[in-house]
Ligand binder design. Structure first.
Ligand code: PEP
Ligand code: MG
Length: 575
């Protein structure tokens, strides 16, 4: 069936490929009718999946280590028995024939019947066996989903696969970073959630907030992801497909043209230089930074080194990661942000119960000051890396003077410890702070007095100014970077920092939005940090900007209080 869904575009570009459904497959299987003539093929598909699940179990058995606990072998034996029992291996075949439904649906229907029976058993051992049934069914569902297990398609096919998920955490996205998928679509999520930010950094088309995509799409459906308009087309007809293929090649051509600007210095039409830096999550991203021709790294989100693991990275492991980046940047500036965990970037440790409002809880600098030992390890690792490049430290989510004082005290302690151990580091390492909370923007002199530079994190600044959870698609329509309150805070920060001689950058998503480049330039911003993939388009916009024209328009826009007037002036700026 051919249909289209609309969501929020988060990473531009167009991709055409096959759906790869990702989830804890079990309860989320699609239900669809099978035409009479296809029923035997569906039964065959089911039998093949059962056979495949059996093979998987045999392979597991063959790989059991000699010293593995005995229970492991017993568990495989039990799963094999469940798989071979006719209630699971035959009844679903009957259901497919009788109800003319897909194999997944038939299997889950039968699983539910069995689980109910087991739940009613008096014997506790038997009641517990429902979990084994669920696990076996999951194995068969995975086999039905394709030759490969969920989340692990073979490399050659990846580029043509589009990941379809209900939701993906930033930690999930980090796992996908190792693969080369063609695109991502999710039911939920906001455009500045860290999941969306990671999709942008992977530079593949993505859409969030599609609501029921995960339920409506089947494994292997042909999909078009239009990450520019936020449109997902399922099972397109040939005309639509041809139209999108054309748009895809035009988009690629545009990007190629932009890449030619790599070595052109960023400057306005008057010749005013503008610094363009890159945001990264892992050391391996530096390759893209060079390809984009960035002048430095304006934001290294170090927390991504801490996700998807049960133990914290040691000081040496962190040092090596930071040193790798410092060295690879070869004397260009590298701003390393200290751990910004919490909210949607939870650590995988056995952490305490979830905070009632994680975005307002023990996040970022608050977490680090509450866990000084973890913070000290990171500060020492950053300091040690500072010997190998132009490294500086950036503190996230500041709101209080005492947070800066405490952080600086810990930095002093880290320096003393390193000196005592004879380690080399940059003694005068610069320390900056992020402006992400309205309180910080409004009490700027308090921060400027204690810090060497500022970086405006517009993602959180918008979240906290407009009181919208950036991960919640139910309020995503309220996300508005040109809300007068947001613009006042940004303009005030740029002007006040400029007057005080404190360097200021923007490293939130606004910096990578070409529709806002002229406005930010007109507001006085001269330092932007963004995903490497966004850099060429921003540079091109700068090269075509006259400050003489942009400044008065931006000032008029800042005085406007009516959203319509603001949009009209923005359109004039971008004309
Ligand atoms: C921001 O909040 O704008 C920012 C750059 O930090 P993060 O997106 O990692 O919270
Ligand atoms: Mg932030």
């Amino acid at each position: 069936m051919n249909f289209a869904l609309h969501g929020a575009p988060v990473s531009p570009g167009i991709t055409i490929g096959r759906a790869h459904l990702v989830s804890s497959a079990r309860l989320e299987v699609a239900h669809y009718a099978i035409p009479d003539e296809s029923v035997p093929a569906e039964v065959f598909r089911f039998d093949a999946a059962i056979a495949r699940a059996k093979q998987d179990l045999s392979a597991l058995e063959a790989h059991i280590a000699a010293d593995a606990p005995q229970e492991f072998g017993a568990f495989i034996e039990l799963h094999r028995m469940i798989l071979e029992d006719s209630s699971l291996s035959h009844v679903p075949r009957e259901l497919i024939r009788e109800r003319k439904c897909n194999a997944e649906w038939a299997l889950v229907q039968q699983m539910e019947t069995l689980v109910e029976q087991f739940e009613r058993a008096d014997d506790a051992y038997l009641r517990e066996r429902r979990h084994d049934i669920e696990q076996v069914v999951e194995r068969v569902l995975k086999a039905l989903a394709g030759e490969h297990g969920l989340g692990e398609p073979p490399l050659a096919e990846e580029a043509r696969l589009i990941v379809v998920a209900h939701d993906l955490s930033p930690a999930d996205m980090m796992l996908f970073k190792r693969h080369q998928f063609g695109g991502f679509v999710t039911d939920v999520g906001g455009v500045t959630s860290h999941t969306a930010i990671l999709a942008r950094s992977l530079d593949i088309p993505a859409i969030v907030g599609l609501h029921f995509a995960r339920h409506m799409i089947r494994e292997n459906d042909l999909l078009i992801v239009d990450g520019i308009q936020g449109v997902l087309v399922v099972d397109p007809d040939p005309l639509v497909l041809a139209e999108y293929q054309l748009r895809q090649s035009q988009h690629e051509l545009e990007r190629k043209k932009l890449r030619r600007l790599r070595r052109t210095p960023a400057a306005t039409l008057e010749g005013t230089p503008v610094e363009l830096h890159a945001n990264i999550e892992l050391p391996q991203d530096v390759k893209q930074v060079h390809e984009a021709g960035a002048q430095g790294i304006g934001l290294f989100r170090t927390e991504f080194l801490f996700l998807n693991r049960r133990e914290l990275p040691s000081e040496d492991e962190q040092f090596e990661a930071y040193r790798e980046v410092a060295r690879a940047m070869d004397g260009k500036p590298v701003v390393i942000r200290t751990l910004d965990v919490g909210a949607d970037k939870a650590l995988g440790l056995d952490s305490p119960a979830l905070a009632p409002n994680p975005a307002l809880g023990l996040r970022a600098i608050r977490f680090c000051l509450a866990e000084p030992q973890i913070f000290l390890v990171q500060l020492r690792a950053i300091l040690r890396a500072s010997h190998y490049g132009r490294v500086s430290v950036l503190l996230p989510m500041l709101a209080h003077a005492h947070e800066i004082e405490q952080a600086l005290n810990l930095l002093r302690q880290a320096k003393e410890q390193l000196s005592a151990a004879g380690a080399r580091f940059l003694r005068g390492i610069k320390v900056g702070g992020m402006i992400e909370i309205p309180a910080a923007a409004l009490a700027l002199p308090m921060l400027m007095r204690r810090l060497d530079f500022l970086s405006i994190g517009t993602n959180d600044l918008i979240q906290y100014t407009l009181a919208i959870d950036r991960t919640d698609d139910a309020v995503a329509h309220l996300y508005d970077p040109v809300h007068p309150a947001v613009l006042q805070l940004i303009a005030h920060t740029i002007q006040t920092a400029g007057r005080g001689g404190t360097p200021v950058a923007v490293c939130g998503e606004m910096a990578g939005d070409a529709g806002l480049t002229r406005l930010l330039l007109g507001m006085g911003l001269r330092n932007f940090s963004m995903h490497p993939a966004q850099l060429p388009a921003i540079k091109e916009r700068i090269l075509r900007t006259s400050l003489e024209q942009a400044q008065p328009l931006a000032q008029r826009l800042l005085r406007a209080t009516d959203p319509e007037k603001i949009r009209e002036l923005l359109a004039q700026l971008n004309a």
